[in-house]
Design a protein around this ligand. Sequence first.
Ligand code: NDP
Length: 308
Amino acid sequence: MRLDTLGVDESVSILFPPEILVEELAGLPVTTTVVNGSHGLDDCQAVVTFDYWDACDDLGWVHSIQSGVDQFPFDRMRAADVALTNSTGIHGDAIGETVAGYALAFSRRLHEHVANQGEATWSPPEWDDAWTVRGERACVVGLGTLGRGVVDRLTGLGVEITGVRRTPTPEPGVDEVYTPSELRDAVSNARFVVAAVPLTDDTRGLLDADVLAAMREDAYLINVARGAVVDQPALVSALEDGEIAGAALDVFETEPLPDSSPLWGMDEVIVSPHCAGFTHRYHKHVGSIVAENVERLQVGNDLINRVV
Ligand code: NDP
C-alpha cells in the first residue's frame, strides 16, 4: 500500500496525548495529524488508535497502541482488506515491575500499611504476617513479552518460576514449562499465579473455579492480562471462601470495575485501573513500532507485529 497520510486517533488519549505521538513521528516521510475517527477518517490512509471505528474499514492499515487486540473485528478487517498491527514487545519492563510491586506489597504487607495510613492508624502486622518472596514460587501463565518481564523481575528477587504456554519449549529462568492442559498441576505449588496471556477463544475463562481450587490457600492471583481470562464470579467466591489468600487485579470483565463489585472492599485484594503497563515513555515505544512499519511500507516489506 502507498502511505502519504497517517492519523493518530484521539482515542489514544487513554494512554497519552495524541499530539506527543504526532511530534514523535515528525521525522517520517508521511503527513501525520491528530484525527477523530468517530467523525470519519477521510484524510488518512492509516491510523494509530485505541478504538476501532466504522471509518477504519476504508483504511489500508490500523495500528493498535495496545498489545491485546481482542476488541478488534478481525473478520470484518480481513473482509475489508485492512491490515492490523499491535504493540506487543513494549510492555515487559512496566508490567514486570508492577507485578513485582504487587508481590512485594503482599509479602511485606505494604497494602495494609497504606490502608492503615488512610485511617491514621498505627498498627504493626502480627509477628508472623510478613514474609519474604525469596524461595517462593510463581506460576507465570503466558511467557511472551509480559511473561518474560515478570520472570526477569521475580527471579531477581529470588522467586522460582514455573511457566505455562502452548509451546512447552524450555525458557531461561523458568524451571519447567507446562501446557494449558496441565494448568492445575502448574499452579498447585505456586505462591503467586500470574496471568499474562492474550484474551482469545482458548484463554477466555482459562483461570476458572477448578484452577482456583487447585491453587494453595496461601496463594495470590495476579491478573495483568484481560479480565475475562479469569472467571471473575469464581474468583470472588474463592476469595470469600478463603480458597486463596488474595489477588492483585489490573483488568476486569467490566471496566471501570463497577461500584457494586465486592472486590473493592476486600483487604487482600489490590485493584488497579488497567494501568500496569503505563509509563511516561509509552508514546515513544509505540512510535518506534509505527516508524518501523512506515519505513517497511515505503520499500514494500512486510509489516512487523501484524495480527490481521
Ligand atoms: P505475547 O504475544 O508476547 O505473549 C503471549 C504469550 O501467551 C505467549 O507466551 C504465548 O505462547 C502464550 N499463550 C497464547 N495463548 C495461550 C494459551 N491458550 N494458553 C497458554 N499460553 C498461551 O503477548 P504480550 O505478552 O505482549 O501480551 C499478552 C496480553 O497481555 C495481551 O494480549 C494483553 O491482553 C495483555 N496486556 C495487558 C496490559 C495491561 O496494561 N494490563 C499491557 C499489555 C498487554 P504460546 O503461543 O506458546 O502459547
